[in-house]
Design a protein around this ligand. Structure first.
Ligand SMILES: [Fe+2]
Ligand SMILES: [Fe+2]
Length: 269
């Protein structure tokens, strides 16, 4: 039987996944996201890429119904599948690092939802803040718990946005995608192509890339984004399995690619 991914209603999806999404919907408001951007986008903590990888050995993503291995294993599985398909080296690198923004748990806390125990400000499918939540969100029954949905500024179809303003002008729920995107955007000498940066930034935006929502906010340029993200999503989602790798063993292959696109110095988180 073919394996089914992202089935949030299967009996063995544990209560923690549902609870995670309830908290995320309840607490990720427009104001919360502004606060997190101010707080976390400081770019003042130097750490090597490979050290960040090692730290993801300590994190299991609670929002993932399909995998309960340390996150670094998911990163290697994604990268290896991209490599096996002989896709470009920058895309292999993107596979390897796309979830590295989760290192924010190292300096995060329970209150912000950015810790090992409370991950609702760090992982899980994201949505737009500042406008109505779509039914395509997982567990849409939690949408009404979001305080912004009873605030007339934020609860209409367009909310604070202009019609067809495009993806890059939206504010999404706070999490590891936007965090890594901003960190790399800020990183001097970053040579990862635009496609790769888009894959990093929007890979968790399921209501948009898989749910077909937010049609009135889309612009022409977003069509291209959608193609890139769907292409990447195959490797992010369908490679999840129980095969594990040794980070040290894959280092010889991937580190030179990382250095080609990101240089040799530390990254400022
Ligand atoms: Fe992710
Ligand atoms: Fe991922």
């Amino acid at each position: 039987m073919e394996k089914v991914f992202r089935d949030y209603n299967k009996p063995d999806v544990n209560a923690a996944v549902r609870d995670h999404y309830r908290k995320m919907r309840e607490r990720q408001t427009f104001e919360y996201v502004q606060d997190m951007q101010r707080k976390y986008l400081m770019f003042n903590k130097p750490m090597d890429l490979w050290d960040a990888m090692i730290h993801l050995n300590d994190l299991i993503d609670v929002s993932d119904p399909d995998l309960d291995l340390p996150n670094v294993q998911h990163l290697i599985q994604s990268a290896e599948a991209i490599r096996e398909d002989k896709r470009p080296d920058w895309m292999q690198l993107v596979g390897l690092i796309h979830d590295l923004g989760k290192v924010m748990f190292l300096w995060g806390n329970d209150e912000d939802g950015t810790s090992q125990d409370e991950q609702w400000g760090m992982v899980g499918d994201v949505f737009v803040v500042g406008c109505a939540l779509p039914e395509s969100c997982v567990y849409p029954e939690f949408n009404k718990l979001n305080p912004d949905m009873s605030d007339s500024r934020y609860s209409s179809e367009l909310g604070i946005y202009e019609k067809h303003c495009g993806l890059d002008n939206l504010t999404l729920a706070w999490g590891h995608d936007e965090y890594l995107f901003q960190v790399l955007q800020h990183h001097k000498g970053n040579l990862i192509p635009e496609e790769g940066m888009v894959m990093i930034r929007y890979h968790s935006f399921y209501p948009w890339h898989s749910g077909g929502s937010y049609t009135s906010l889309r612009c022409d340029k977003d069509k291209k984004y959608l193609e890139w993200i769907r292409d990447f999503n195959k490797y992010d989602l369908y490679t999840k399995c129980n095969k594990t790798y040794d980070l040290e063993e894959i280092k010889d292959y991937y580190l030179p690619i990382a250095e080609k696109y990101l240089g040799e110095g530390p990254i400022y988180w």
